[in-house]
Each structure stands twice: as structure tokens, then as C-alpha cells.
Design a protein around this ligand. Structure first.
Ligand code: NAP
Length: 328
């Protein structure tokens, strides 16, 4: 019997999640039985279990917004899917499980040659990076974008997509050992997220006017991103890893007309057409097949070790993402 993670109330993830057996299920008309391969533990999943995320599912619920599976069996009338084929699971499916029955029309086929781990993590972080690099400031060849948490999943996707579409990146990180690593991964300028950042950004970009800043940290770090921007630049806030409120110096509003905006992938999915979402998946999976994304993995845990997995995922300074599943 396949197993799934569930939570019956909100609380500290390691104390709240448990593993249950799912009844064996067969696919009905238009449905597909899938075996899950990999699903990441994203910060938003943990916030959801904590009850600190604006999306709440009826309880008990299974966490996990994205993941990759293989087709085990197709139901009557299903065309276009074969056993063994890799598929992206539907957004918000509850991917922290070993398998289940899914509507065929909600699946997206993963092309041959895409690493499972990158497919499992495509729908949230690379899609967020893709949208933020396209939807706020029209990308101009050679233009700069500045971001904090440059080594995060989103940060690495920003670097990869920026390279692909001809933008240049300034990435701020909080650990010195990441500078060499992210530079090797394609970051144009990688700097420590400290009080020297403003002057260093100016020097390393030769005073270029920067119009797009991406903030997922908050606090002083968000101010550093905003301080790097030219008049009329936009700070897009999409996360708050430090859990510190943003401080916005008044002068940035009055004299530099800096715009402070937010982005939420869930909101984009709610208003986007299915065709727009599928076009984005195809583009990003194509990049993944070319090897554009090399998201570091800290560790893959089986679903049965969920307590250890969520505890690890909540620790800072990890070597990369924590995933649930069968292994790499
Ligand atoms: N709005 C949206 O639609 C959307 C979509 C995707 C992601 N996000 C948000 O984006 C953020 C990053 O997500 P992710 O999956 O890319 O993260 P991730 O891969 O798990 O990486 C976490 C990042 O946060 C940093 N960090 C952890 N604790 C911190 C602290 N107390 N102060 C400063 N930095 C800290 C880590 O730095 P170290 O490695 O040094 O610990 C790392 O760079 C999260 O807040 C997530 O919720 C939002």
C-alpha cells in the first residue's frame, strides 16, 4: 500500500506530520495511477503545515505543491500517456506521498532527458524566477538584476534564466563560501549581503542603472536590494526568509521613486490560462534538458522519514534542497 504524509492540525512540522497508508486505488475513466518519484520540501510547504500560509486545505491534508511521478497505469479513455512515462504532478496535489490516482488532463508530460530532480522542482522556483524576470521590467539584453538569497532555489533559477535571456545578475548571499560556487554556476557578480554591498555593486557593475531587484529575505537585506536600484526601479518581494519586516528609507520613495511590489506564483496560476502555464513548463523543461538547472540537493528522504526530512528542511546553511521520494 502506498504511504502518504498527512497533518491533522497546524503546528511545528516535525511534531505535526505523520505517515499513513493509502488504500490501493485503480484509475477510473480519464484518470491515471501514478507512482511518485520526487517532491521537494519548499519553504511554503512548511509554512502551510505551520498554518502561516494564506492557502489552507481541508484537514487532514497532505502537503506538497509540486513533484514528478511516473505513470503506473492509465484508466479507460486516456490517451497520450503510457506506463513508465514521467509527468509533472498538478499544482497543489499533495505530493508528499508515494502515489495515487490523478486526472490525466492535470498532468504535464516530462520530455526524455530531463533529470527527475529538476522536473520535480520546476513548477515553483524556476517558474517564479521566469515570471519575475519577464513580467515587471521588460528584459533588455545586458541589463542587470539584483537579488538576495542568491543561492536559494529561486536565486539559482534566476541566474540560469537570466543567462538564457541575456540579463546579468548581482546575487547577494550570507555565506562567503557561496561566492565561488555561485560564480561558477553562472552568477555574474556574487557578493556578501552586508553593509559593503551598495558600494561593491556600484563598482562591479560600473555604475550601471539597475531597474529590477528581487527580494526573498526582508529586513536589512531588502533595503540593500532597494538601495542598488536606479530611479524608478522595482523591488519585487516574494519571500521573507529572515522573518524580519522590510525597512524602506523614505528617500527611496520620494527621491528615487522606487516601486515596491509583490509576487506570488499561486496568484499567477489562479489568473493564468492553462495554455500560458503549459508554455512556461515546456520552456523551462527544455532548459532543464539542456542542463541549465543544476539545483544542489542536500538529501532525499523516503516519505517514511518525514520527521527527519522536515527538521532538515527547516535548517539554514544546507547544501541544497531537501526532497522526498525514491532517491536520485
Ligand atoms: N512568492 C512566491 O510565489 C514564491 C515562490 C517560490 C519561492 N518563494 C519564496 O522564496 C524564498 C526562497 O525559496 P526557495 O525554495 O528558493 O528556498 P531554499 O532553496 O530553501 O533556500 C532558502 C534560502 O533562504 C536563505 N535563508 C534561510 N534562512 C534565512 C534567514 N534567517 N535569513 C536570511 N536568509 C535565510 C538560505 O540561505 P543559507 O543557504 O545561507 O541558509 C537560502 O538562500 C522562500 O521565502 C519561499 O517561500 C516564494
Amino acid at each position: 500500500m502506498p504511504k502518504a504524509v498527512v497533518y491533522r492540525q497546524y503546528g511545528v512540522p516535525a511534531e505535526t506530520v505523520e505517515v499513513v497508508d493509502l488504500p490501493a486505488a485503480a484509475p477510473g475513466p480519464g484518470q491515471v495511477l501514478v507512482e511518485n518519484v520526487l517532491a521537494p520540501i519548499n519553504p511554503a510547504d512548511l509554512n502551510t503545515v505551520e498554518g502561516k500560509y494564506p492557502v489552507r486545505y481541508p484537514l487532514p491534508a497532505t502537503p506538497g505543491v509540486e513533484g514528478v511521478a511516473t505513470v503506473a497505469e492509465v484508466g479507460p479513455g486516456v490517451t497520450g500517456f503510457q506506463p513508465g512515462q514521467a509527468v509533472l504532478l498538478p499544482h497543489g496535489y499533495g505530493t508528499w506521498r508515494e502515489g495515487g490516482v490523478v486526472e490525466a488532463e492535470s498532468l504535464f508530460p516530462v520530455p526524455e532527458g530531463v533529470p527527475y530532480a529538476e522536473a520535480a522542482m520546476i513548477k515553483i522556483n524556476p517558474c517564479t524566477a521566469w515570471r519575475m524576470l519577464h513580467d515587471f521590467v521588460a528584459p533588455q539584453p545586458g541589463a542587470w538584476v539584483v537579488q538576495n538569497a542568491g543561492n536559494s532555489g529561486v536565486g539559482r533559477a534566476v541566474i540560469a534564466i537570466a543567462q538564457k535571456i541575456g540579463l546579468r545578475t548581482v546575487s547577494l548571499v550570507r555565506r562567503p563560501e557561496l561566492i565561488e560556487e555561485l560564480t561558477a554556476a553562472g552568477g555574474d557578480v556574487v557578493l556578501l549581503d552586508d553593509d559593503n554591498a551598495k558600494a561593491e555593486i556600484k563598482a562591479r557593475t560600473e555604475g550601471a542603472k539597475i531597474y529590477l531587484g528581487l527580494n526573498s529575505v526582508g529586513g536589512e537585506s531588502a533595503t540593500r536590494v532597494a538601495n542598488a536600484l536606479a530611479q524608478g526601479g522595482k523591488v519585487i518581494t516574494f519571500g521573507a526568509m529572515s522573518r524580519q519586516p522590510m525597512k524602506i528609507p523614505t528617500g527611496l520613495l520620494i527621491f528615487k521613486d522606487i516601486r515596491f511590489l509583490g509576487f506570488w506564483m499561486t496568484r499567477w496560476y489562479q489568473s493564468a490560462t492553462e495554455a500560458d502555464a503549459r508554455a512556461m513548463y515546456a520552456e523551462l523543461l527544455g532548459m532543464a534538458r539542456e542542463g541549465a538547472f543544476k539545483t544542489p540537493i542536500d538529501r532525499v528522504y523516503p516519505v517514511t522519514e518525514i520527521q527527519e526530512a522536515v527538521t532538515r528542511a527547516l535548517q539554514g546553511g544546507r547544501a541544497g534542497k531537501v526532497l522526498l521520494g525514491k532517491g536520485l
